[in-house]
Design a protein around this ligand. Structure first.
Ligand SMILES: [Zn+2]
Length: 349
């Protein structure tokens, strides 16, 4: 499977927070041949271990979940009300194509509907539609139709997006935050399984990051890492309308290394280790402008007596939308940096 196939396979999988099963199954198939042990913990984190039982343990973490919605109410005429799961820009919701997953696993297409502009007052048109006025339309005519389709309150809903290759370097789809991080760990485990370090490496694919770094918290507690790296799809705003000083990362400039975000002040030793490794290996990289976003590193570094944790990110434009744009060279360089950092970390920490 080449990198495009891998990213398509993982980003298209349905997996809002708390409903990561399909993503987990795909990753499990990919990592099982690479590592010595694969297990799923009680919350659903997938934990893949290379060289278990050594004293020094490196944790590589990426989250499997994406932002989405949950059905909260069925209207008499068959329209579905929903709650938001994760940090949406509410102005982007109208006309979003969505996929609903029933308890039986059936996937149902729909759209977020709203009142057409033709029948809105001029005043109404001036203000963004309120999430409370929005609903999901799956083409049903009544509550009975909804029941027959197997749809229930509590069913998860994800944005719908096809994976597209825009040109030689750029791809577009949903959920690169953080399936790109998951894909990078899969690639890193491939490299590390054929050139084994003399310590334990754990690839953790975590649940529920988008609703408060939840899976990584319990995963790190049980893994007890010596050091950890979180790999993320992060904010790139190298687009019209954003001042350079406010832009966290840029596409095509390589993996972004975090100094600090809203969840962690990265230990200077870790920041220097990552950037010096990148420079020594001539891997293009950039520094993520502080202090935007939060990551699983926020939960991991506060585990037990504290874990020195770094963050390496792949820049994504239009993050938390259904149409993220990512640069494949950034992905390749992220994998290179991740492997180099993994192989060197024991000597430094
Ligand atoms: Zn993320």
């Amino acid at each position: 499977m080449d990198d495009f196939q891998l990213l398509k396979n993982l980003s298209e999988a349905f997996g809002i927070s708390g409903f990561e099963d399909a993503v987990r199954e795909r990753i499990k198939d990919l990592v099982t041949p690479l590592v010595d042990d694969v297990r799923t913990d009680s919350l659903g984190n997938l934990i893949a271990t290379l060289n278990p039982g050594k004293e020094f343990t490196l944790l590589l973490d990426a989250h499997m979940d994406e932002i989405g919605f949950m059905i909260s109410h069925v209207e008499e005429k068959g329209f579905l009300r929903f709650a938001q799961v994760g940090g949406w820009d509410e102005r982007l919701l109208p006309a979003l194509r969505v996929t609903l997953k029933t308890r039986e696993g059936k996937q149902i297409a729909g759209t977020i509907g709203s009142t057409p502009p033709h029948i809105q007052d001029p005043d109404e048109k001036k203000s963004p539609l309120k999430p409370d006025d929005l609903f999901i339309d799956v083409g049903a005519g009544s509550r009975e139709d909804i029941e027959q389709m197997g749809i229930r309150v509590g069913d998860p809903v994800a944005p719908h997006a096809d994976f597209l290759r825009l040109n030689e370097t750029c791809i577009m789809s949903k959920a690169f935050d953080d399936r790109a991080g998951c894909a990078a760990i899969v690639r890193a485990l491939e490299a590390l399984s054929s050139d084994r370090p003399d310590f334990t490496v754990v690839g953790c694919f975590s649940v529920c990051e988008e609703v408060g770094l939840r899976g990584a918290r319990t995963a790190a507690f049980q893994i007890q890492p010596t050091v950890a790296i979180a790999i993320e799809g992060t904010v790139a705003a190298d687009t019209p309308g954003t001042a350079d000083r406010k832009n966290p990362t840029r596409l095509g400039k390589g993996p972004a290394v975090t100094l600090a975000d809203r969840s962690i002040m990265v230990h200077p030793k870790m920041f220097r280790f990552i950037t010096e490794t990148a420079s020594a290996m001539a891997i293009p990289h950039q520094i993520k402008t502080p202090i935007y976003g939060s990551t699983d590193a926020g939960a991991i570094h506060l585990t037990r007596k504290g874990v020195i944790t770094g963050v390496i990110s792949i820049p994504c434009r239009y993050i938390h939308s259904p149409n993220l744009i990512m640069n494949m060279e950034d992905f390749t360089n992220t994998v290179k940096l991740l492997v180099a950092v993994s192989q060197r970390c024991k000597k430094v920490f």
